[in-house]
Write a protein that binds this ligand. Structure first.
Ligand code: ADP
Ligand code: MG
Length: 251
């Protein structure tokens, strides 16, 4: 069981951003994806989720053996894929409580009704764990939230939906150290044999709290190097230039 990306190429407009990218995330593992700004990390996340602005021009994305390419974003989500956005959207007029309730309801078996008391109990316990004030349930999704509040709200969504595979795009950006710790605890609580993670980050710091099984480095639309968590420390200390030189020399 894995989330598998094979030789994926994708364009936006006339520009090719992903250039034959391969990656496999088995259930039970946490993979980190690192790379300079502009290397295509968010593009990968959005293509996985089925963002309509991108065109897949080659390769495949498979969730437990099933291709996602012809499947609509909401169905990908119901199949167990979750994406936490780098820049979460504001949804004026839709409260967090109603948004999450609809998302949880649609995942139940046909004819099954979400029981309100149990739902709120679950929601509040997860909000408490993420130190999100309960008053937020009545606020519109992300509207007027600070950067850190938006990121915590993304993790709350993940905690409520319990996806099989979660992609977190720079969830650490905009978080101070206390919020980083809360968010990391939230992710670590969901770690387990039934779930795989792709944690996208620009900085090594997050990986002190969410210790990855594998670290991948992305340069110009491809994974050019993979290693263990020490690779992240080396990137932090030495930057990305040596990776580009080594891969250029190997090519
Ligand atoms: P990262 O998340 O690694 O910083 P992105 O996936 O956001 O990288 O961007 C990868 C590349 O795609 C960048 O060079 C960026 O300028 C380009 N890009 C992103 N969005 C668009 C767009 N709408 N039109 C053209 N190029 C884009
Ligand atoms: Mg990005």
């Amino acid at each position: 069981m894995s989330l598998t990306i094979q030789n994926l190429s994708a364009t936006i407009g006339e520009t090719e951003i992903l250039k034959g990218l391969s990656l496999e995330i088995p259930k039970g593992e946490v993979h980190a994806l690192m790379g300079k700004n502009g290397s295509g990390k968010s593009t990968l996340a959005k293509v996985m989720a089925g963002h309509p602005a991108y065109t897949v021009t080659g390769g495949d994305i498979q969730l437990d053996g099933e291709s996602l390419l012809e499947i609509e974003p909401d169905m990908r989500s119901r199949m167990g894929l979750f994406l936490a956005f780098q820049y979460p959207m504001e949804i004026p007029g839709v409260t967090i409580a109603n948004f999450l309730r609809a998302a949880v309801q649609v995942r139940l078996a046909e004819g099954e009704e979400l029981e309100a008391v149990a739902y709120y109990k679950n929601l509040y316990s997860k909000m408490d764990a993420l130190k999100i004030d309960r008053a937020f349930t009545a606020r519109s999704v992300n509207e007027g939230f600070s950067g850190g509040e938006k990121k915590r709200c993304e993790i709350l969504q993940m905690a409520m939906l319990e996806p099989s595979y979660a992609v977190l795009d720079e969830t650490d950006s905009g978080l101070d150290i206390d919020a980083l710790k809360i968010v990391s605890d939230g992710v670590n609580a969901l770690r387990g044999p039934e779930r795989g993670f792709l944690v996208i980050t620009h900085y090594q710091r997050l990986l002190d709290y969410i210790v990855p099984d594998v670290v991948h480095v992305m340069v110009d639309g491809r994974i050019v190097m993979s290693g263990d968590k020490d690779l992240a420390l080396k990137l932090e200390a030495e930057g990305y230039d040596w990776v580009e030189k080594e891969t250029a020399a190997a090519a």
